[in-house]
Design a binder for this molecule. Structure first.
Ligand code: XMP
Length: 507
């Protein structure tokens, strides 16, 4: 498969580069700078930014094999500096950082800047800069602080940008990336249909007619995976859903019924609510809660699967951001797998082969795939829901009483969002439970009762997010319903904090 290879030098935006390419229907992969794969199908390279200085011995560098391909290279930020450095240019660090918006003036009619205005707003985030260019290179853009805001070597088709075209703040970022794709002469035809064909081919050659087990959470990834596998494996696929009691109102049943009705897939639903609740008794620390929920999930799932015969494969809905995040590399800081992956450890323990057909896909690609195979919007456009569920949306100890109240409040909030056509314009919305005694007046009496919080955010990558600007009368209406309909709740608050500094979840 023709691709653009994104070389990761440790930038927080590396994933975003790959996503932008996929959005432009071009297949792209990310690899750490020191683990270069086979390059035979690579049509061009994008070098990411990174936290290091390129002119220090031993720091991340561009592998010689990349130069040997003689394919186009686009260096971004650190990638731009290290490319200039390895081509014998000079990099300096004046101890000043340039961060945020900058205006660039485009000096030349570079093919990389085709269809761009002469002046453009871009997003900068760097300390070092290119002081002098190697032979054969020329400056193509300048900014106030960067005399070399962009460069090119037109013969070699090497380009450098001091700013970040992959972030949405850079006005013409997408146009620049499109221009680079044209220079690479790569077709923009990567589609859901190709993805499906690739997955089906993988299943045919790898799985053949062996039995596959899938842990279904009800989230988008595992549900779309269940549907894709069901279509090609039929009754060789067994789906198990563990109800840990931390799901939203009627969620387990809705998922099971939906899959049965929409695609004829039967799911084994395991009720393990009491097991989870008793293990969580008295536990307040969020990370301990996550560990208990993750480990208990593995125990329950393992014991359920022992009841099944001849299973060879465990299918997981791992997606590309998880793969990139857990890869890391030797120089650019170890990035550990998030404790999010509550089925992490399962394949080794159960001695099953691991099937991860979505490991090269981004979430929006999984969603498109779901639509391609005919899943309804209410499944493919669901908001994400964390593996530990309501367990991390009740601050402090989790118990049945709090869970029931939270489930009810969350249901009121989400069903009103849907009713008033606001659900799909938010990226993730939920209610959380604050066990702080807050005063209220009911009739003539003062009560001291707990608080429900509402959070709704908009984000493209879940790494940064802003609170959704929900209409005031809407939140007021939801608040009134919650305090009137749920005993033991004295007040409702709406969280308007951005991420960063806050996170999306409260724990
Ligand atoms: P934060 O709170 O880190 O959330 O801003 C970013 C996204 O990750 C989800 N999240 C989790 N998902 N297990 C999961 O499966 C977890 O422990 C977990 N913690 C956060 C969160 O819902 C949001 O979509």
């Amino acid at each position: 498969m023709e691709k653009i290879l994104v070389i990761d030098f440790g930038s927080q935006y590396t994933q975003l580069i790959a996503r932008r390419l996929r959005e432009l229907s071009v297949y792209s992969e990310v690899c750490p700078w020191d683990e270069i794969p086979d390059l035979s199908e690579v049509k061009g390279f994008i070098l990411s930014g990174g936290p290091e200085s390129s002119n220090i011995e031993g720091n991340p560098s561009i592998d010689q094999h990349i130069f040997d391909t003689k394919k186009p290279i686009l260096g971004i930020c650190y990638g731009m500096q290290v490319l200039a450095y390895q081509e014998e240019g000079r990099i300096i660090n004046e101890g000043k950082r340039e961060f945020g918006y900058a205006k660039i003036d485009i000096k030349q009619d570079s093919i990389l800047f085709k269809n761009l205005d002469k002046s453009s707003d871009v997003w900068m985030s760097h300390g070092d800069k290119v002081e002098s260019l190697p032979d054969g290179y020329k400056i193509t853009a300048v900014s106030n602080n960067s005399p070399v805001a962009a460069y090119e070597n037109i013969v070699k088709k090497y380009f450098g940008l001091q700013f970040h075209p992959e972030v949405t703040h850079t006005e013409s970022g997408i146009t620049i990336i499109k221009n680079f794709l044209e220079i690479c002469d790569i077709k923009q035809n990567w589609s859901s249909y190709d993805i499906l064909q690739q997955i089906n081919a993988l299943i045919k050659t790898e799985v053949k007619d062996e039995e596959v087990l899938l842990a279904l959470s009800g989230g988008v990834d595992s549900t779309v995976l269940a549907a894709v596998l069901h279509k090609s494996l039929g009754n060789k696929l067994t789906c198990v859903m563990v109800d840990h009691g931390l799901l939203r109102k009627d969620e387990a049943l809705n998922v099971v019924n939906n899959l049965k009705e929409k695609i004829g897939l039967s799911v084994n639903l395991v009720n393990a609510q009491d097991t989870f609740l008793s293990k969580l008794k008295g536990i307040k620390d969020p990370e301990v809660k996550r560990k208990i929920i993750g480990n208990t999930f593995i125990e329950v799932f393992e014991s359920e699967s022992k009841k099944l015969n001849d299973i060879n494969w465990l299918a997981q809905g791992t997606i590309y951001p998880d793969v990139i995040e857990s890869a890391g590399n030797s120089k650019t800081k170890a990035k550990v797998i998030k404790s999010h992956h509550n089925v992490g450890g399962l394949p080794e323990r159960m001695q099953l082969k691991l099937l991860e057909p979505f490991r090269m896909l981004f979430k929006d690609e999984v969603r498109k795939l779901g639509k391609t195979i005919g899943l309804p919007t209410e499944i493919v456009e669901r908001h994400p829901f964390p593996g530990p569920g309501l367990g991390i949306r009740i601050i402090g100890e989790v118990n049945k009483d709090r869970l029931d109240k939270l489930r009810e409040a969350d249901h009121i909030f989400l069903s009103e969002l849907k009713k008033q056509n606001l659900y799909y314009s938010a990226s993730q919305a939920y209610a959380f439970y604050l066990p702080v005694k807050s005063v209220g007046v009911v009739g003539d009496n003062r009560i001291y009762a707990d608080v429900i919080g509402l959070r709704s955010v908009n984000t493209t990558d879940f790494m940064t997010a802003r609170a959704t600007a929900l209409p005031h009368n809407f939140v007021e209406y939801v608040s009134t319903r919650i305090v009137n309909e749920i005993d033991g709740i004295s007040r409702v608050v709406y969280d308007i904090t951005s991420k960063p500094p806050a996170t999306i979840e409260w724990e």
